[in-house]
Design a protein around this ligand. Structure first.
Ligand code: SF4
Length: 433
């Protein structure tokens, strides 16, 4: 059997749209649970019968959103049961589900656990009433504590918590209190996002009207430093720019993304990536995304098994940048030998100037043939990554032949919020070098 892959399932429904949210999510009181599950299963059946995905085990499943915890335990059970029936699932499969603390009950969490979900990702964001109100969250701080208690009683021993810092209403003391609460509730994993203002969100519009001002650079960097210090001092290892885990509790699903593994995305706006598994001419990987609108998605997925809106094969430059961009997110960095094996050229040859400049500036370091961000580089991670955005590639030096097959060139890849967009923003990402 060939290499296993990861499965992402997007559930785009929420009770209320948070002020900062630019994900592909829709506030609705009427969730078309049955029809949506039917679309997901029809889409899954379609892909799993294709040669690229057939006879491959699934080793991680991630139910993200939106608010997957709005779906009943019966719906999640139906979905997972059908997936387990149709394909081989790794014995040690990691199955994560994102839950909004304001939407869970003990019974519902028990049902998810019995369905096979073994990792719960709680969108705590903050334990401050004023910060939660500013973010437009539907839950109160006590809901997080209740959700953790329900989850533990239901059998979950792998709980992750999302935190936001650098919000306009958030002081350093607020963040310190958040961290104290996190340590008290002791999740196995913490993801920490610095708040970013995304166009189209309520928050962005309010900022344009000068209804609030953003925190100063120094304040956000100080919060980031506090967060890293407190978590590391308390046994959480930082293994990715914004992710911290107790030993052996790293998120395997996200690690698969950062390591360039194949993933199949189901659901409205979901993205998929397939590496170079196709025959000659060898390709550098291809990715595609589904229509964003849930109604269109359900109609297309149910009637023809797929709802693709955009598809492209990666160019050499895109593949090289993606390798660097994803690799640098990991604290262990980019494996330079793997780079050379994959692209048939050294990273120095492609990036020589950028590498030596960043190295001299102390933003990156090279240890044991791995190129990684230094502590200084971690604070300005996005800017460092931008330095790798334009690899100097002479196609004649490479044996790879990129092909491009854009189905819908007018639609940008992240038209409705990538699953990848749910990956944390770089800590201090907004600060330029
Ligand atoms: S942030 Fe999460 S809960 Fe809030 S609207 Fe977006 S997807 Fe829904």
């Amino acid at each position: 059997m060939s290499k296993p892959f990861s499965l992402y399932i997007h559930i785009p429904f929420c009770l209320h749209k948070c002020s900062y949210c630019n994900f592909n999510s829709y506030a609705t009181a009427q969730i078309p649970e049955r029809d949506y599950v039917a679309g997901l299963l029809s889409e899954f059946d379609y892909y799993i019968s294709q040669p690229e995905w057939q006879n491959r085990a699934i080793n991680t499943i991630y139910l993200g959103g939106g608010t997957p915890s709005l779906f009943s335990a019966a719906a999640i059970t139906k979905l997972l049961t059908q997936i387990f029936k149709t394909t081989v699932v790794d014995d040690l499969v990691e199955i994560s589900l994102e839950a909004n603390p304001g939407t869970v009950t003990y019974d519902r969490l028990l049902g998810y656990h019995e369905a096979g979900v073994n990792r719960l990702s709680l969108g705590a964001q903050s334990f401050s009433v004023k910060v939660l109100a500013f973010l437009g969250r539907i839950h109160a701080p006590h809901h997080v504590e209740e959700a953790v208690a329900f989850a533990k009683s239901a059998g979950f021993n792998n709980i992750s918590m999302d935190l936001i810092y650098g919000a306009p209403q958030q002081s350093l003391a607020d963040l310190q209190y958040d961290l104290k609460e996190v340590l008290r509730l002791a999740p196995a994993h913490v993801s920490a996002y610095s708040l970013s203002l995304e166009k189209g969100t309520r928050l962005y519009k309010a900022w344009r009207k000068n209804l609030f001002s953003v925190p100063r650079d120094g304040q956000v960097i100080r919060q980031s430093h506090e967060l890293v210090t407190v978590l590391e001092d308390n046994g959480y290892q930082r293994y990715e720019i914004s992710n911290f885990a107790r030993p052996h509790r790293e998120a395997r699903h996200n690690q698969a993304y950062w390591s360039g593994g194949d993933y199949l995305g189901l659901g409205a706006g979901a993205h998929s990536y397939l590496a170079d598994t196709l025959p000659t001419p060898k390709r550098l990987g291809q990715r595609w995304s589904n229509v964003c609108d849930p109604a269109k998605y359900m109609e297309q997925a149910t009637s023809r098994g797929q709802a693709v809106a955009f598809k492209e094969a990666l160019s050499i430059k895109e593949a090289i940048f993606e390798f660097f961009f994803l690799g640098l997110r990991k604290i262990t960095g980019v494996d330079l030998e793997e780079f050379e094996q994959r692209f048939g050229i050294t990273a120095d040859r492609v990036y020589g100037n950028a590498i030596s400049l960043l190295n001299r500036g102390g933003f990156i370091k090279i240890e044991e043939n791995r190129l990684k961000l230094s502590s200084k580089g971690l604070l300005v991670a996005d800017s460092v990554m931008e330095s790798f955005a334009a690899p100097k590639v002479n196609s004649a030096e490479l044996s790879l032949k990129p092909t491009r097959q854009t189905l819908s060139p007018a639609e940008p890849v992240d038209a409705c919020g990538l699953p990848q967009a749910k990956l944390p923003q770089a800590i201090g990402a907004e600060w330029k070098l």
